[in-house]
Design a protein around this ligand. Structure first.
Ligand SMILES: [Zn+2]
Length: 991
């Protein structure tokens, strides 16, 4: 699935939503979020004679319709069941086992011609099954007009007088139906835009086992949003603007490009013919088999590319592009051609992605034991792209920063990002493309797997990068953080309409999903997992599967000795996760489990709300080691229960959840916390970096939940004076950053900043200014030095400012991993001149990773006037591409000088921003949380809730609820901890 976007170069400091959707702006071409789309939609519907009608007339029609409906319902009620009546909305046979989906609507659907639309369900009927599509399409990149024709072969497995399929914003100009011998008259074609459906009725019933062919001709326009079939552009090295037409269909946008059965279970083969100009190329999921002169169209000679037919696949994986790119190619061990396409002058930056993709394909084929079934794999860089990348089968689309890498210019973090995204999308070629979730409620099957395998895959091709250590930081910790809110959701969740489907492309599906698979791998063992996955892929290939299909296969490969389904149901079918409390008396250790909730008031929390089928108990593999034998890992199962077990008498402490490989938190009795903290401060290296990170993460989070004293967390944090490893430091910085935001208006704020400076000083000093060392050291240098500069650690600031000056005045090159710190110092401690210098660089550099970095550092300015001007620039798509707007606003919001400005900007320009992104995408939700969720006063809470009360935030509803809940938590946390924090800091810092 589409990957996120805003991987901050200094990872996690800004807690940007890494995996959420970003943007679907409204117009690449138009100057403002104008009405062009509106005009376009109107013309579509006018063509169908829908007409605008007066209020009176509408009321009249509605009354008539209601009366008729009432009569009809009476007749139905008294006349018994009518098998042929589609009005009741046939229930799809594939409901999830929770039965979460209810497809019928309470409103009467009225088609565009004012007739009743007879199909009353958001889901399509399942009796009509498409087997093959042939799409002919001609996008005109000058007029933006699209002409198309789709031929759909289908059968029915139940006699019926109608079929229903999807179509959205398409003007259907011609229709024809045959049974492959004779033409069959279509009696009605109705369109119902709210459900994005069309209904086709015939006089004589469709019969079983007969091959039918439906041909629909349509026109549309290239979209200005980043969804469907849309227009993008780039500027050549010579400054010339070039256009391309490209697609993004997941989850529900294929229907905006051609009429289709747009649900993942309707797999079919796809043939494609694309009409294009001579100076363009065209790409599709499959290779070209033939190119022909297609005659003249509006005065230009056109060519038609015909593509080889695809394997059976879901509509959301179809992709096609018309552009003027160049490419480089390579071959896998089994002879699959792999290519990377990019604008001509960016091709040198495509080499790393090509090499990584080629060896990753070999690795996956070997690991899964299932061959890649297509003859080619193309990866393409798209200048305007809403998410991080999209796994279209054989034609993977990427945001430029997710695929282009320049060894002399790109930081280690951005380098790793490219490898990870390439690995993620390639994992989908098996998990998602070959075997697809039956319905979107199991999205986590796609995304959890890809998010797990991306680290696993990169770990294989880049063994020095310690990916599995970073996994804990990026996946497990992030998942635990969001899943501790009462406004979280179970990983398997019922979704019905496109807005709800959009909304589950979130941290729970991606990160919790990945973390659960990591835990599963640990208790099943890699061999069982691997043979299970091989079986799962072979059993369901070219088909669909759901969560229980996966568990069934895995149980089989664990020799039925582990009941995978029983265990995993407790993790996927209820939200949240357990807190394991450990205490020791003599040689007996007791471990108990309760649901972990971050809650403003621990005394009043209701741990059993909302009701869960498992009453918030889990099957949990409790791993641990003791101080007597830190090398030896033990496992005790907690089978929805508490447990007791024996350890040697003289054990002082044990560390549970070894390497944070389980999706749960742990707390200890007071005595054991003290012993662990003492051990960490004495010699922290008895614990692995992942265990140190896990102790920090648990302690700080328990403190946030009111379950551990703030002073205990601070006592633990003192060991950081000696910490020199990346993952524990990144964990600590994440929590410190959050604390400093909550404390922004509280008494201990300045003392706390001083404490952070105190901890950062020694490690910053030890790092120095050479861009050398291992991959993790490079990641660490950048993170620590950026924090040191933003926290005003004098030595770091002085050096960084000096580098900036030399860069600006003498053009002295800054090594890639020091760029963020140097630029940040220049911007934060400089003025307009320094800011303008970076802005000019942003407008001229040809390196996508550099552009992104510059956008980020421009937001750390201290002058409110500059920040305000910068925020306003996001409203002008010629200054900041819509795909990057969220990055800018979120980073300004995380700047102490900018947080109130960003909030004001969001309110002042809400409508314009909504015009940019639309309500259906996840972006508005992540904008809300990045701008508001750090507030920590009652006043701000009221402001946020009052402002949004009267607005429709679309798919951002859950993000809004989560933000409001988080603000409440912040308020209580500050109230509870302000005093002891102040005391502790005063004492410590005056020592
Ligand atoms: Zn994905």
């Amino acid at each position: 699935m589409p990957r996120s976007v805003d991987h901050g170069e200094s990872i996690r400091l800004d807690n940007l939503d890494k995996y959420g959707h970003s943007g679907s702006p409204n117009g690449v071409m138009t100057a403002q979020g104008d009405s062009q789309t509106g005009i376009h939609k109107r013309s579509v519907y006018e063509h169908n004679g829908v007409a605008v009608c007066s209020q009176k007339r509408a009321l009249f029609i509605a009354t008539i319709v209601l009366s008729i409906l009432f009569l009809v319902s009476l007749i139905i009620a008294y006349a018994g069941p009518q098998s042929d009546c589609p009005c009741a909305g046939e229930m799809p046979s594939n409901l999830d086992e929770e039965g979460g989906y209810s497809g019928t609507r309470n409103v009467i659907p009225i088609a565009t011609n004012n007739e009743i639309f007879p199909w009353n369900s958001l889901r399509l009927p399942v009796f009509a099954k498409p087997s093959r599509y042939h799409i002919n399409i001609h996008p005109n990149l000058t007029t933006l007009d699209v002409k198309g024709q789709v031929t759909i072969d289908f059968q029915v497995d139940k006699e019926s007088t109608f079929i229903v399929l999807h179509s959205r914003n398409l003007t259907i100009t011609d229709k024809m139906l045959t049974d492959r011998k004779t033409r069959l008259p279509i009696t009605r074609l109705l369109e119902y835009p709210p459900a994005q459906q069309i209904y086709i009725e015939v006089k004589e019933k469709f019969r079983k086992k007969v091959n039918y062919t439906l041909v629909l001709r349509f026109t549309s326009r290239l979209s200005h949003e980043l969804e469907g079939f849309y227009l993008s552009s780039y500027t050549t090295a010579e400054g010339e603007k070039r256009y391309l037409a490209t697609t993004h269909f997941e989850p529900t946008y294929a229907r905006t490009a051609f009429p289709c059965f747009d649900e993942p279970q309707f797999k079919a083969r796809f043939k494609m013919s694309i009409f294009r100009d001579r100076f363009h190329i065209s790409l599709f999921n499959m290779p070209i088999i033939n190119t022909e002169d297609a005659g003249f169209y509006m005065g230009t000679g056109l060519l038609r590319d015909d593509f080889q037919e695809s394997v059976e696949m879901s509509t959301y994986l179809v992709a096609f592009v018309v552009c003027d790119y160049k490419h480089i190619s390579s071959q896998t061990a089994k002879g699959i051609s792999v290519s990377v396409y990019a604008p001509p002058d960016l091709i040198p930056q495509a080499r790393f992605a090509l090499d990584t993709a080629t060896s990753m394909m070999d690795h996956y084929e070997e690991f899964f034991g299932v061959d890649y079934p297509l003859p080619k794999q193309d990866l393409i860089a798209i200048p305007d792209f809403g998410v991080g990348a999209m796994e279209n089968w054989g034609l993977i689309t990427y945001r430029e920063t997710s695929i282009l890498y320049d060894a002399n210019e790109t930081s280690a973090a951005a380098h790793q990002w490219v490898a990870v995204v390439v690995a993620h999308e390639l994992a989908h070629q098996w998990f998602g493309n070959l075997v697809t979730m039956r319905w979107w409620n199991d999205l986590w099957l796609n995304e959890g797997f890809a998010s797990f395998l991306e680290y696993f895959g990169v770990d294989h091709v880049m063994p020095g990068w310690n990916m599995m250590e970073q996994f804990v930081l990026d996946k497990t910790q992030e998942g635990l953080s969001l899943d501790a809110l009462t406004n979280s959701h179970p990983i398997s969740v019922g979704v019905h309409d496109p807005t709800e489907i959009e909304a589950i492309f979130d941290t729970i599906s991606y990160n919790k999903g990945a973390a659960l698979l990591y835990m599963l791998e640990k208790f099943l063992g890699q061999d069982s997992l691997r043979s299970g996955l091989n079986d799962y892929l072979n059993t369901h290939k070219f088909g669909n599967a759901d969560t229980k299909d996966l568990w069934a296969v895995l149980s089989k490969h664990a020799n039925q000795s582990i009941q995978v389904k029983s265990i995993m149901d407790t993790w996927t079918r209820q939200m949240g996760f357990p807190l394991v409390s450990i205490s020791k008396e003599g040689n007996t250790v007791s471990a108990s489990q309760t649901r972990f909730l971050l809650t403003p008031n621990p005394q009043k929390q209701n741990l059993s709300h909302p009701p869960s089928p498992f009453n918030y108990k889990w099957y949990l593999p409790l791993s641990y080691f003791t101080d007597l034998n830190p090398e030896e890992e033990e496992i005790v199962w907690m089978n929805m229960t508490d447990v007791k077990f024996e350890v040697a008498n003289d054990v002082e402490w044990l560390k549970a959840n070894v390497n944070q490989s389980g999706f749960y938190r742990v707390t200890y009795d007071d005595e054991m916390w003290s012993a662990i903290i003492a051990a960490m401060r004495r010699n922290h290296t008895i614990f692995s970096p992942a265990d140190r990170a896990s102790l920090l993460d648990d302690a700080f989070t328990l403190c946030r939940a009111g379950l551990l004293n703030v002073t205990t967390a601070l006592e633990l944090s003192l060991y950081l004076l000696k910490e020199r490893d990346y993952v524990p430091w990144a964990t600590a910085l994440q929590h410190f950053q959050a604390w400093s935001k909550y404390l922004a208006e509280a008494a201990p704020y300045r003392l706390f900043l001083q404490y952070m400076k105190h901890l950062l000083g020694p490690v910053a000093h030890s790092l120095g200014w050479e861009d050398t060392g291992t991959h993790l050291q490079k990641l660490m240098s950048s993170d620590i030095l950026v924090s040191a500069v933003l926290r005003d650690v004098e030595e770091a600031v002085k050096d960084a400012k000096q580098h900036y000056k030399e860069w600006m005045t003498k053009n002295v090159r800054v090594p890639p991993n020091l760029r963020e710190v140097v630029y940040s110092a220049g911007i934060k401690y400089g003025g307009v001149k320094e800011w303008q210098y970076c802005w000019a660089k942003y407008n001229t550099t040809r390196i996508p990773s550099e552009r992104k970095l510059l956008l980020k550092v421009l937001s750390v300015a201290s002058d409110p006037w500059i920040l305000q001007r910068y925020l306003l620039a996001t409203l002008d798509r010629d200054m900041v591409r819509p795909q990057d707007v969220k990055l800018v606003i979120a980073n300004v919001a995380s700047n102490p000088e900018g947080r109130l400005l960003a909030w004001r900007h969001l309110r002042a320009h809400w409508t314009a921003l909504q015009g940019l992104f639309g309500n259906g995408t996840f972006t508005m939700g992540s904008l809300i949380s990045s701008v508001t969720s750090h507030f920590a006063t009652e006043y701000d809470y009221k402001e946020v809730s009052t402002f949004f009360r009267r607005l429709n935030v679309g798919s951002g509803v859950r993000a809004l609820d989560q933000s409001l809940e988080t603000i409440q938590l912040n308020i209580y946390w500050v109230r509870r901890n302000e005093e002891p924090l102040f005391q502790w800091l005063t004492n410590y810092l005056s020592r």
